[in-house]
Design a binder for this molecule. Structure first.
Ligand code: GLA
Length: 341
């Protein structure tokens, strides 16, 4: 009989520097994996003594107990167990697992705490494949767990992270190109104090707008702002305009980052926030006020909402030492698993 194996799996959260609500349109994004993450330590029951997956969390209530043939991950409690169940649903592990979860990612704030949990659980359960395959599995897990038709950016950032680099993603080709984070860049993530209401319905509604626009003008990654004149409906046109201009901002931001031109990068972040506020309608008065205040702070190059919006966090690009609030994050390596003695 095979003996049990103890493992430690770790997956980082992510902050998206720019390229918001572009991933599910096959657009461009520039997130980075961060040094806040989720760790699963536990025992793979190769002996067959345990058949289900049992996890306790130091940071959230309750226990996740998931049987191998879970059919409705979204129906499970506690709520965090749904993400564990989503992974089991997609991975169909042939072993049981008993372990503990700890996290330093603020939960439900737009830093992909759920993606970090999904990746750490998948690796702990023995997932074996490429970073892209891991991200795709975790994306499906997130969708079945939450009912939100999310893109793959969060999971891919957590899987493919590179220390000291942001990740320039093309979500059509799935190419990921590491872009060095300039040494003079301090990246802060600041919570707005407004709990994120990622009403799946609002997210799904934005995605549907982009799909409508695509049926009229073709892939938004190839479209120009002038092409969008072919869209009669004002709301659909505005939302598509956000995506088209955001793709251009991702390219310009990556070029500015490479050149170490943080003033330009910061100005592009402000433009991104304005577009998310006015064209894509995913900001809130609280997020707007926080971005305005940060933008006026000495030594801050720029700021914008990060993640889906509707509350949650703002990301700010600043000179080192200029800001004393939020989490000062560094770009970190992607998810990994090790066997413990
Ligand atoms: C959430 C989703 C991502 C992405 C962002 C918005 O984080 O999970 O796929 O769409 O919103 O950029």
């Amino acid at each position: 009989m095979a003996s049990d194996v103890r493992v430690r799996a770790h997956a980082p959260g992510r902050v998206n520097l720019i390229g918001e609500h572009t991933d599910y349109t096959g657009g461009l994004a520039l997130p980075m994996a961060i040094d806040l993450g989720t760790t699963v330590i536990g025992t793979r029951s190769l002996s067959g003594a345990v058949h289900d997956v049992r996890l306790r969390s130091a940071d959230a209530d309750g226990e996740a107990v998931v049987g191998p043939t879970v059919s409705d991950p979204a129906g499970l409690n506690p709520a965090w167990a749904r993400y564990v169940a989503g992974v089991v649903h997609e991975l169909r592990p042939t072993i049981g697992f008993v372990g503990d979860v700890t996290t330093t990612v603020p939960i439900g704030s737009g830093l992909s705490s759920s993606a970090a949990l999904e990746l750490a659980v998948a690796l702990a359960l023995g997932f074996d494949g490429s970073a892209y395959e891991l991200a795709a599995l975790a994306q499906r897990a997130e969708q079945v767990a939450s009912g939100v038709p999310c893109g793959i950016m969060d999971q891919l950032a957590s899987a493919a992270g590179v220390a000291d680099h942001a990740l320039l993603m093309n979500l059509t080709t799935l190419a990921v190109e590491p872009v060095p984070v300039p040494e003079s860049a301090a990246i802060h993530v600041i919570h707005s104090g407004q709990h994120r209401q990622l009403a799946g319905s609002a997210y799904g509604d934005r995605r549907a707008s982009c799909e409508r626009a695509t049926t009229i003008v073709g892939p938004l990654l190839d479209a120009s702002v002038a092409d969008l004149d072919a869209i009669d409906d004002d709301e659909t046109r505005r939302r598509a305009r956000h995506v088209v201009t955001e793709n251009a901002r991702v390219r310009a931001f990556a070029a500015a980052f490479r050149a170490g031109d943080l003033a330009t990068a910061g100005a592009i972040m402000i433009a991104s926030h304005t577009s998310l506020r006015d064209d894509f309608d995913v900001s809130t008065a609280v997020l707007d006020a926080l971005v305005d205040r940060l933008a006026k702070t000495a030594g801050v190059h720029g700021a914008r909402l990060t993640g889906a919006g509707f509350g949650g966090c703002v990301v700010a690009l600043a000179e080192p030492g200029a800001l004393r609030e939020g989490w000062l994050v560094r770009a970190s390596a992607g998810a990994s698993v090790t066997t413990l003695e």
